[in-house]
Design a protein around this ligand. Sequence first.
Ligand SMILES: [Zn+2]
Length: 447
Amino acid sequence: MSGKASFVRGVAYGAAYVERCRCALEEALGATPAYEAWRRLDPGPTLGPFDRLAALPALTKDDLRAHGPRGFVPHGRDLAAALHSGEVSLVATSGTTSDQVTNVWYQPWWDASEAASWELNAHARAAAGNSHREAILTSPWCAGVPCEDGYLTREQRTLGRFLYLTERSDPSTWSEALMDRMVEEINAFRPAVLEANPSFLARLSRHIAAKRLRVCSPGLIVLTYENPSLLHYRQIGRVFDAPVASSYGSTEAGYVFMECEAGRLHQVTASCHVDFLPFTSEHGGPAVGRILVTTFGNPWRALVRFDTGDVVRLDGPCPCGRSEGLTLAAVEGRTVNLTVTPEGRVVTQGEVDRALAQVPGLVEYQLVQVEPAAYHLRCVAEADDARETLDAASEALRAVYGDHASVLGELATAIAPAPPGKYRLARALKLVDADALLDTAYAPAAL
Ligand SMILES: [Zn+2]
């Protein structure tokens, strides 16, 4: 016995789900090269799959790079032949060279994972299907066609039923004409679904509100690619009369959580298992913690206990009635977005965001912890009373970080995303050790 606990108490899982977990575990440990070293830690089939998973290490991006895409293909599958026939392809994630990962991409599995996620939201179920038209507003380096020094025609940005609304990856430099074009294209294309980076769609929404433009609302807005701020929800809600759902996943793990019509995030139990690793009570546990994802049924990729690098907050039963798997109040941001109070308590991006969302007139922000007790806050504020907004924002942060925190506020006209086009709303210059926050009873084993 490993002595490690699995956080499954109070979580409902059907018998078929437990069997999918067992199969994923057997295939990884029994037939996939990357997990050979894990076998000695497996307590074996006399225990249920949750307890066996709890005894294993976490799989990191470094592991994915070290074993390469071939290391995660189960025995008996001919990757070279599948690549040759086009059944699968190799896809590198966007990101800097040092954290790029190459994945074996099997489109039918991805599509099934997406379809399963849409079952978790009534609006998504109604809007999707019948090859629905979808407009996408994200960094073109993540999806679409990038062109940073010139503009592309609508035809050049159309791929089948998808229209990519921008070829430019930095919303802080979008011209008025470019945003006018996006609105015209949404109105002409009339998408059933608008899928967007929340920060990108919030920028466009502010333009629509400022110029009092008319925009056609899609059946559903899906926020993805980055963790939405409450400010994004509010700015989007001012101009679009459509339900908004946040979809959470990753290139590696597929679709993992989907926001339901009641505003909670439900685990996509058809395509993945999620191990929850609570933080210690000092740092917000057991409701707040990290997650490890195990995928089900991808014939070309066995992924077990993959550390997505995200922090989540659990919630109780959801009024929508969906009960299988984990239910989240929110994705709290990434571990690289964590900051700490001068006394050493960890603060998630979500906690920062909830505090700043209360500040009237605040449009955008970016927080950097520069010293153990010093925080630098950049704010974009509405024109009237910008100084007052900045003071209120700094005050809101002092309420989070305490009396010993020194907050230096600065007004900005715009905030640019980090490459390849994702905003980092909060971070610390000195990275927080996310392993040290875990309740040791649930912390992954070391190899
Ligand atoms: Zn729900």
